[in-house]
Design a protein around this ligand. Sequence first.
Ligand code: NAD
Length: 321
Amino acid sequence: MACRNPKVVVIGAGSVGTTYVYALLQTGMAEEIALIDLDAVRVEGEIMDLSHGLPFIPPVSVKAGAYEDCADAALIVITAGAKQQSGQSRADLIRKNAKIVRAICTQIAQHPSDAVVLMVTNPVDTLTQVAIECLGWPRHRVIGSGTVLDSARFKFMLSRHCGIDARNIHAYVIGEHGDSEVAAWSLSHIAGVSIEDYCRVCKVCDYKKHHRQIAEQVRDSAYHIIDYKGSTYYGIGLSLVRITGAILRNENSVLTVSSLLRGEYGIHDVCLSVPCIVGENGVVRIIDAQLAPQEKEALSRSSQAIAATLATARQEQSSNL
Ligand code: NAD
């Protein structure tokens, strides 16, 4: 498979950005990683600390970056912005983070490139759309980490519940990366057997009751982690490495990234997550799969929730003009 210049620019040197860089540089996938943050002193410290581990890993250059680095990057990852505080939803961050994302995209746009932009800052779906509008790039090249993390949490919890290796479970959370997300049971399977059929044969639990509990645990995970330790960064860090691999190695992997839908699943002009094929140009194809009727309704409600958050972002922008 083809591989482009494997340079990655990471904007935001907080917990998520640095955890991602720490995980990414150990994989050997990137040749160069440039880290950018408003806090230049912090970046300097992070680069020194990260660099001192380089003798133990495959060759990679990690440096304090500038927006000029975007010009020859294969991937630009945006993790800059405010994070949730205890009790706060992701959507609550929209006013503050839309402003930050617009400022960042204005700078990225000054250094045109063929890079894929990967949004991570929350609320990630709405901010992916804000970035598409601000950059004016094709929709397939501006994507969000979406529910890749939620799908991983779903697989992990199913794996624990069923006592099966998580790598043998294919399960997808779709919709908003947030409170309205949808566990897509109808698309999920264990070793080729639909989860519902597997549960019928397994008979160990009351599967209908457990399905609901597992979906709730997945949805509420971030709230619990934030209550326990202030923020989440390891799970998202590894999710970002997985998406990075799909892009830098042109893997055509199926991942629930957030992308702009134009009629797929009956949804128009909203960024949200559904299974997508991801390769070097971002989203190669959106898989327009058949959902169970109640899942389709829930996905439509989820898209309405995201559209409402986007309306807030647009209102805020026009009141600032
Ligand atoms: P953090 O507070 O540790 O770091 C944020 C960093 O952004 C800070 O270093 C800050 O200086 C920098 N920053 C702010 N404005 C900037 C600008 N204009 N240009 C450059 N840098 C700027 O926060 P964190 O824990 O790293 O979280 C970052 C974001 O990621 C939050 O919005 C959080 O909600 C989100 N997040 C997303 C997911 C996901 O699955 N999508 C998971 C976890 C966290």
